[in-house]
Write a protein that binds this ligand. Structure first.
Ligand code: AMP
Length: 629
């Protein structure tokens, strides 16, 4: 795989001026901001010494916006105006949303879902911007000046829409977003893995709402992400939910027959989740705890919970993370014993059973010297520091990330021509030449798709655009170069240019909403399952396209030179045309191939006569015996 040098912004800075830069981990549960001071990365705390900012935003009755712990404290009393886990909604349409729908008034809006609050309908971008604004104020107060730029981290699996939404949130918060960086990549940087022994490293990131695993390869100081995997709907929150479900089962009638909607309205559901989380975190250091919640009404839930029982309740969740890890290694075509080191990221990796499972799977103890909540922000800070221009000699390593699903365009017959393959390192630029299908064709419709399947209808449509003004030429004569470019943030732009005339058109792909990890997983699975049927479908479509081409060419020839045929010959060819048209309408590739072949043979004589006539016209004015003399 070609390694591409990344050219960075912030060139030629004044070497004596230190530019203020920060790394921001915009998390599902918590967010952090970090910076490099005196050569070392450190997390910036708020005025009360707290590093983690809960990613919670409350639109208060007095018109103010509370962000962080204050907002979290009201989450159960004012749930509809208090937004938690907004990251799950970034760049998503209403149908993609898999959170507790009933907890908010979700509003269907073009592109991205919105949240109905007392401060009006809020887009997830606005809510995230409120979190980022708080972090910005914290950093600027601590650093004593305006930030020149930030790096914001995103899960490796975020697609274009989710990345774009994150970038927009940064802009809305008044931040100069120098780069979006994949979270696992940032974590590897924090551990200084770019200076480590060459080889393969894995980053296992289990946060509050997402699980990501990345496989990195280090070669000669060059850092490449060779595969990513994970599940954006699996995290510490699910472990909390398991405790709540267990508590409801144990207490029998006290809540089990209450509809979830009622729970959300009363705020009890949130209260149960908050207690579950507390209990879970205690069980990371103690063998048992008491799960105790006062619900609205007179109900009190009070139950002992042991670490052992908690492990049993959540064993399948842990197994899912290990399976996804195995899959990422498979995607990278690597064996588990080829992995040199493993990095733990995310607050949920504090659970002892997680550490044990990861160590067991890789056969080695994971690296965990850096606080797993801070490691991503710390790595992002080092990257922000470099991008802002605070470099020193030897700092010029580059980062490579990968494309989660292949990108391509639709060709004749609804087939996909893949141009950038899954797991290609970004930034990447790939071009391919195409041509026109019809004589005199002056426009070309381009349809950009993402996915692993052969047929367009099985892939996700990203964008459509047209190239117009192609000079009139015979079918197949035009040379149209289509270039796919994915920038360092994973954003795609596609350009099409006709090479002889220079006419060009392009599109920046901003899909209206994103793909969930389940969708990505499902698309990969279906590509795998349907490799055989896809090959058959491809063969059929190819024959159909060939049939179409031959029908058009024959009809055009008949219109032009039909006079060269006798009545019998004409009838025979017309019959063959009908047969081919019928076969093309069916689903039997073999029958179409046969009909193509029969028509080709049946028109050989006609073709020869047309050729003679063309030669005769070309030679008009020359005596026939001049040929060959
Ligand atoms: P993050 O998204 O990385 O901030 O991770 C937050 C998640 O980590 C939440 O689900 C927390 O409950 C979980 N977490 C934090 N500390 C602990 C702990 N000591 N034991 C278990 N889970 C924890």
């Amino acid at each position: 795989m070609a390694l591409l040098q990344i050219s960075e912004p912030g060139q030629a800075p004044d070497p004596h001026q230190h530019r203020l830069a920060a790394g921001i981990d915009l998390g599902t549960t918590n967010s952090l901001v970090a910076t490099v001071r005196s050569g070392a990365s450190e997390v910036i705390e708020d005025e009360r010494g707290r590093a983690l900012l809960p990613s919670v935003v409350r639109y208060c009755p007095d018109g103010t916006v509370a962000v962080g712990a204050d907002a979290l404290a009201q989450a159960s009393t004012d749930p509809t105006n208090t937004v938690v886990s907004v990251k799950r909604l970034m760049g998503r349409g209403i149908n993609d949303v898999q959170i507790d729908r009933a907890a908010y008034g979700l509003v269907d809006a073009p592109g991205m879902v919105r949240l109905r609050t007392r401060a009006g309908d809020k887009s997830p971008v606005e809510v995230s911007a409120d979190i980022l604004r708080t972090l910005r104020q914290r950093a600027e107060a601590a650093l004593g000046g305006e930030l020149n730029g930030v790096v914001i981290t995103v899960p490796a699996y975020f697609d274009d829409a989710q990345r774009q939404a994150t970038r927009d949130a940064g802009r809305l918060a008044g931040l100069e977003v120098l780069r979006l960086l994949n979270e696992p990549t940032a974590a590897a940087l924090a551990y200084g893995l770019d200076n480590a022994a060459e080889g393969i490293y894995a980053v296992y990131d289990l946060g509050g709402g997402t699980f990501d695993v990345s496989i990195l390869r280090l070669t000669k100081g060059v850092f490449e992400v060779v595969a990513t995997g994970g599940d954006s709907a699996l995290g510490g929150d699910d472990f909390d939910r398991r405790i709540v479900e267990w508590a409801l089962r144990e207490t029998g009638s006290s809540g089990a027959n209450v509809e979830p909607g009622d729970w959300h309205e009363s705020g009890d559901w949130r209260a149960l989740l908050i207690e579950a989380r507390r209990a879970k975190e205690v069980l990371s250091r103690e063998p048992m705890t008491t799960f105790s919640v006062q619900l609205s009404g007179a109900t009190r839930v009070r139950l002992p919970l042991t670490a052992e029982r908690f492990e049993e309740l959540t064993a399948d969740l842990l197994a899912r993370t290990i399976n996804a890890t195995r899959q990422a290694l498979r995607d990278a075509r690597l064996r588990v014993d080829e992995v040199k080191g493993v990095v733990l990221v995310g607050g949920s990796t504090r659970m002892p059973q997680v550490r044990r499972a990861v160590a067991g799977f890789f056969g080695k103890e994971p690296l965990s010297g850096i606080d797993p909540d801070q490691v991503v922000a710390l790595g992002a800070a080092t990257q922000a520091n470099l991008l802002a221009g605070n470099r020193s000699a030897g700092d010029d390593w580059l980062l490579l990330d990968v494309i989660p699903l292949s990108l391509g365009i639709e060709t004749m017959g609804g087939l996909v021509e893949r141009i950038v393959y899954r797991n290609a390192a970004i930034p990447v630029s790939r071009a391919q030449e195409f041509t026109t299908f019809k004589d005199g064709q002056t426009a070309l419709a381009l349809h950009v798709v993402q996915g692993e399947r052969d047929l367009v209808e099985d892939c996700r449509s990203l964008a459509r655009f047209e190239l117009r003004g192609i000079p009139k030429m015979g079918a197949g004569a035009a040379r149209i170069r289509v270039t796919f470019q994915v920038d360092a943030d994973g954003l795609l732009s596609v350009t099409a240019a006709e090479l002889s005339s220079g006419v060009a058109a392009s599109v920046a792909v901003k899909p209206s909403y994103g793909l969930s990890d389940e969708e990505i997983g499902a698309m990969l699975q279906s590509a795998h399952d349907s490799a055989g049927t896809d090959a058959q479908a491809r063969a059929l479509r190819e024959q159909q396209v060939e049939a179409e081409r031959l029908l058009e060419a024959t009809n055009a020839a008949l219109a032009e030179d039909g006079a060269l045929l006798g009545a019998d010959e004409r009838t025979r060819i017309d019959q063959l045309l009908v047969k081919l048209a019928q076969a093309r309408g069916g689903a039997d590739a073999q029958a179409i191939r046969q009909a193509i072949s029969t028509l080709s043979i049946g028109t050989e004589g006609f073709a020869a006569r047309r050729m003679d006539r063309a030669v005769a016209r070309a030679l008009a004015g020359h005596g026939i015996n001049e040929i060959g003399s």
